[in-house]
Design a protein around this ligand. Structure first.
Ligand code: NAP
Length: 249
């Protein structure tokens, strides 16, 4: 059977490494192509969209895909919806590999919002120094709040954003606690804005904010497609693939 692994996350890379040692479970990793220099993958890799649900159904059929693991980012809602619909139409088993959400602990000062517009609103009217770590494709919404000073951290260049007071820094995770604290102190950050990605590699900014007593605006995850079985770790996803491979119902 051929497996299609929808990637773009650390968990997808983890599963790719597990599958690379399993010639009995041949798999293809699929990336959207958003990152200009993705990390080298241990599996054959295809890059670029499928062309919506129809395109993905056609791909599943033409490539003889027998199982799909959706290990896309928790905010890649369109891809997850398309995968659920396409697998339903093509009759291909689908598993979601989703890391757990971050949850606030003692000392955290979180405001949870439903979406990016909610994050913009939660910043308020008074100018603040904002550490914005939501990804370069989400920045346009913050043009509605140009009174704030933004420190924007991304992996790739952000392109044109109409904000008068914006400083761009580029770093690739993982980050560490002490460096995050130092950055927020040096930049005199008042508030951190983040998606609830749940990634261990980007978690240190939350710990640093807690240590510094800073408020954090956390954007909630979009809803996941209903009826799709989900696991949290690459090892559990591998068990599921073995189970499907063994011809389980
Ligand atoms: P999205 O809005 O859900 O998807 C938009 C379109 O991109 C999809 O309809 C699909 O195009 C294509 N696509 C997405 N993931 C793909 C994959 N793994 N393989 C092939 N095509 C894919 O997704 P997004 O939020 O732009 O995320 C794009 C990629 O970046 C995903 O792989 C995701 O895991 C990764 N990522 C996203 C975030 C985030 O915050 N959103 C953060 C880190 C990494 P077609 O309709 O043409 O098939």
């Amino acid at each position: 059977m051929t497996i299609l692994l929808l990637g773009g996350t650390t968990e997808a890379t983890g599963l790719a490494h597990l599958l690379a040692g399993r010639p009995d479970l041949p798999a293809i990793l699929s990336l959207a192509g958003r990152t200009s220099a993705p990390r080298a993958a241990p599996l054959p890799t295809r890059i670029g969209g499928f062309g919506g649900v129809e395109g993905l159904v056609a791909h599943l059929r033409s490539e003889g895909i027998r199982a799909v693991v959706d290990a896309t980012h928790p905010f890649a809602a369109r891809m997850s919806r398309n995968a659920a619909e396409a697998c339903r139409i093509a009759g291909v088993p689908l598993l979601a590999l989703v890391r757990p959400e971050w949850t606030p602990g003692p000392g955290d000062r979180w405001t949870t919002v439903a979406d990016m517009a909610g994050a913009v609103a939660a910043l308020g009217e008074a100018p603040r120094r904002v550490f914005l770590t939501v990804g370069r494709l989400e920045l346009a919404g913050f043009e509605a709040a140009p009174q704030h000073a933004y420190l924007v951290r991304t992996i790739d260049p952000i392109g044109e954003v109409a904000l008068p007071n914006l400083v761009e820094i580029r770093h690739r995770p993982p980050f560490d606690d002490a460096a995050e604290r130092a950055l927020m102190e040096t930049e005199r950050i008042d508030v951190l804005v983040t998606k609830n990605s749940g990634a261990a590699a980007t978690r240190p900014k939350l710990d640093a904010a807690r240590t510094l007593g800073l408020p954090v605006i956390v954007v909630d995850r979009p809803p996941r497609p209903e009826g799709v079985q989900a696991v949290a770790t690459p090892e559990q996803a591998l068990e599921w693939l073995e189970w499907v491979h063994a011809g389980a119902p």
